[in-house]
Design a protein around this ligand. Sequence first.
Ligand SMILES: [Zn+2]
Length: 217
Amino acid sequence: MEYVAILVIIFVAFYFFVHQRYLKQDTLKDSAYKKKGPLLNSKESAFYNALMAAVGQQGVVMSKVTMTKVITPKTTDKKPWFIANNRIAKSHFDFVVCDPRSLEVRVAIELDDGTPLNKGKVERQKLLMHVCKSAGIPLIGTTVKHSYQVGKLRRLLAAHIDLIEADKEVRFCKRCGSPMNIKTAAQGDYKGRRFFTCSRQPHCTYTENYNVVFDEE
Ligand SMILES: [Zn+2]
């Protein structure tokens, strides 16, 4: 009898302990919060401003975007989907540049803060390179020093996004001096990207990369 009584007392004590500790705390007002401070540290915000200047009206810059908002596992099988999603669940992109109309992510940018390589940093870089390659998102790695080099940033971005306003861009053929037309590549590696062709085609075959970005400095 005594043995049973002791067991009962233990169970009751355990129930009250759990109830006090875990179950009673589920009202919202028991959880208080404080602000964490600026979203970006000083280096990150310097870079953010440079990136905004480099992109101009041709894109929308967002920072610290959760990976799962941008990419999702290709598979539809439950278990592999869950595993693949778990790998990216806690990670973010430092910066992304989106299409200004559709807000679709066009390029991801990883800012190297200059701290020495450690295991965590290497793992993050491996993950970033893998997911970007897998999902077909161009990835640009930059350093804090590019915060002061808007022209360099524009050159890095120009390989991936159109930084030129088509209606303001007038170019003349460097071979014959005729005005040039803008065309869109229909196939090949550069499919969908724009380029300039000479208006005297086929008599003049000169073409030019749409996104030649000249240093402002
Ligand atoms: Zn020409």
